[in-house]
Write a protein that binds this ligand. Structure first.
Ligand SMILES: C[S@@+](CC[C@H](N)C(=O)[O-])C[C@H]1O[C@@H](n2cnc3c(N)ncnc32)[C@H](O)[C@@H]1O
Length: 274
């Protein structure tokens, strides 16, 4: 049985309320195919039964499985290259020089998916910034999807995943092979704090971040939600902090204090100078 319009509308509203992800009616087929594996997992006959179940019990475990299933978790190591070039060659040298004796550095991957983004940063810091060895460097990663939070914490990747964007030398240096999978070494994992966070909901108290990666997630939200998330990001960005958005994302047309800079390798955002 395929999903009827009423059930689709209920699901779309449910997903919007739980994740702020806005699903147009053109996404009906996509939703059905994303939720199909849950039917097997929860032993129900079809997606309409899933809808019936969450109508009855919207706070069940199934609810978070639905959010997990509809999120798009596409990611890879050193995705889009340019923000990582900007970070290594421009942003970090500038921030390190400005900080002087204040030897702390906080980096946040704010929609981390399975963790490739924050592990890319971790490897870069380890390999290219020996001067940070005695600094208090903290790497934070969060995602709305509990499954992605767990994956990031685990730092375990398959052959296909390590084949996307990760230079062989870094694979050899920073991962242990166990059978068919590749495990990030403990010294990198140990620097990470990973937590669940729905960017569209109220944020907990967070540290002040020198670098924020908020990439390839704003695209799923409507302009009001995007604006609210950017305004919350302003409040956690350090005075000389740097925000990277995804290649197809910008603050254009949104009410935000953030100032766009044309970097050497890619655009980035900062707070206005006081
Ligand atoms: C396409 S991935 C981007 C991953 C990584 N930032 C990158 O650029 O490669 C988008 C991520 O955003 C997460 N996401 C979607 N809605 C979210 C929300 N409301 N709050 C936090 N994360 C969300 C998804 O679970 C998914 O892991």
């Amino acid at each position: 049985m395929t999903l009827n319009q009423t059930d689709f509308e209920y699901l779309a509203k449910f997903v919007l309320e739980h994740s702020a992800i806005s699903l147009g009616s053109d996404k009906m087929y996509l939703i059905e195919s994303r939720l199909a594996p849950l039917c097997r997992q929860y032993g129900v006959a079809n997606v309409s039964e899933i809808v019936a179940s969450i109508r009855q019990n919207p706070r069940s475990k199934l609810s978070s499985s639905i959010v997990d299933a509809v999120t798009t978790n596409e990611t890879y190591f050193f995705r889009d290259a340019k923000p990582f070039d900007e970070l290594a060659k421009e942003t970090l040298p500038r921030i390190i020089a400005k900080k002087g004796a204040r030897s702390t550095l906080n980096v946040w991957s704010a929609a981390c998916s399975s963790g490739q983004e924050i592990y890319s940063v971790a490897m870069m810091l380890e390999d290219s910034f020996p001067e940070l060895k005695n600094w208090d460097v903290k790497l934070y990663a969060s995602d709305i999807s509990n499954a992605m939070v767990e994956r990031t914490k685990a730092g375990v990747f398959n052959q296909l995943e390590v084949g996307r964007g990760l230079p062989a030398a870094l694979l050899i240096k920073h991962f242990n092979r166990k059978g068919e999978s590749f495990h990030v070494k403990d010294y990198l994992k140990g620097r990470l704090q990973v937590f669940p966070l729905n960017l569209a909901s109220t944020w907990p108290s967070l540290p002040s971040f020198d670098i924020v990666f908020l990439r390839n997630v704003l695209i799923y939200f409507d302009p009001v939600v995007k604006q609210e998330i950017l305004q919350k990001t302003e409040r956690v960005l350090a005075k000389d902090g740097v925000l990277f958005l995804g290649g197809s994302e910008s603050t254009l047309g949104l009410k935000t204090k953030l100032v766009r800079e044309i970097g050497k390798f890619c655009p980035w955002y900062r707070l206005p100078s006081s």
